[in-house]
Design a protein around this ligand. Structure first.
Ligand code: ADP
Ligand code: ADP
Length: 226
C-alpha cells in the first residue's frame, strides 16, 4: 500500500474559489517527497485535507491504506503533521507540549516520557525542556513542532513549508535531521516553494500550479529537464 494515495481531489472554498482542480498523487513508503509550487498553488490546501483540517469537495485520500473519511482514527495514527504556523500554547513548557500530545494518542505515561526525552535530545531541545515555549527562538519553535509531530511514531510525516523563515545554518541542520528520520524508515512529504530545498532533500517531486499537478517525477529526471 502507498504511504499516501490521493485521487481526484478537488477543493472549492466557500467563496467559490477552486484551489484544487482534481489532483492525483501517490507517495510510496520510505519516500522523501516534495510538493513544490509557488505561493497560492494549493500546497497548504492539500496538506489541510490530508490532515482533515480542511474539508474536501471531492476525491479520495488514504494514508497507508486508511481512508481519511471512513478510517479516520487509523489514518490519524499514521500521520504526523507539522503545520506552518506555531500552534502550541506559548505559556506551556517544552516537555509538556510534547508529552501532552502523546496523551492525545493514548500513549502510556512512562513511554511518553521516554519518547519525549529522546526527541528533545535529537532535536537539541533537551536543555530547554522546562522553558515556556514563548521563550524559544524561531528555529527552536520549529524544532518543537517537529518533536511534537513525531511523538506517536507516525509512519508518514508531513511538513508544510518547514524552513520558511529559517536561516540557512538552521535549515541545513533541519535537513539533516529529516534525512536521518527518513533513513530510519519514516516517509516524508514536505511542501516548499524553493526548488533548491526539493532537489537537495527529496527523491521525488510533484509540481503543483493553480490547483493542478503539472509534473510528477523523480528529482534527477526533473533536473535534467530544467
Ligand atoms: P471552507 O470553504 O473550507 O469552509 P472558508 O472559505 O470558510 O473555508 O474559509 C476558512 C478561513 O480561511 C476563513 O477564516 C477565511 O477568512 C480564510 N480565508 C478566506 N480566503 C482566504 C484566502 N484566499 N487565503 C487564505 N485564507 C483565506
Ligand atoms: P499554497 O500553500 O500553495 O501557497 P494555498 O493552498 O494556501 O496555496 O492556497 C491556494 C489558493 O486557495 C490561493 O489562491 C488561496 O488564496 C486560496 N485559499 C486558501 N484558503 C482559502 C480559503 N479559506 N478561502 C478561499 N480561498 C482560499
Amino acid at each position: 500500500t502507498a504511504a499516501l494515495a490521493i485521487t481526484g481531489l478537488q477543493k472549492t472554498y466557500s467563496n467559490s474559489f477552486t484551489a484544487l482542480k482534481g489532483i492525483d498523487l501517490t507517495v510510496q513508503p520510505g519516500d522523501f517527497f516534495a510538493l513544490l509550487g509557488p505561493n497560492g498553488a494549493g500546497k497548504s490546501t492539500t496538506i489541510g485535507i490530508i490532515s482533515s483540517l480542511v474539508k474536501k469537495t471531492a476525491g479520495q485520500v488514504s494514508i497507508f491504506g486508511c481512508d481519511i473519511d471512513t478510517q479516520f482514527s487509523a489514518a490519524k495514527q499514521h500521520l504526523g503533521l507539522v503545520p506552518q504556523e506555531f500552534n502550541f500554547h506559548m505559556f506551556e513548557k517544552v516537555s509538556d507540549i510534547v508529552i501532552n500530545q502523546a496523551g492525545y494518542y493514548g500513549i502510556p505515561k512512562t513511554q511518553a516520557t521516554r519518547r519525549t526525552q529522546e526527541l528533545l535530545q535529537q532535536l537539541e531541545l533537551w536543555d530547554k525542556r522546562d522553558t515556556p515555549a514563548r521563550m524559544l527562538s524561531g528555529g527552536m519553535k520549529r524544532r518543537l513542532m517537529i518533536a511534537r509531530a513525531l511523538v506517536h511514531e507516525p509512519k508518514l510525516l508531513v511538513l508544510d513549508e518547514p524552513t520558511a523563515g529559517v536561516d540557512i545554518e538552521l535549515r541545513r541542520s533541519m535537513w539533516e535531521f529529516l534525512q536521518h528520520i527518513n533513513q530510519a524508515g519514516t516517509t516524508i512529504i514536505l511542501t516548499t516553494h524553493y526548488l533548491e530545498e526539493a532537489e537537495q532533500l527529496c527523491r521525488n517531486i510533484a509540481i503543483i500550479n493553480n490547483g493542478n499537478i503539472i509534473e510528477n517525477t523523480n528529482t534527477k529526471e526533473l533536473l535534467k529537464r530544467l
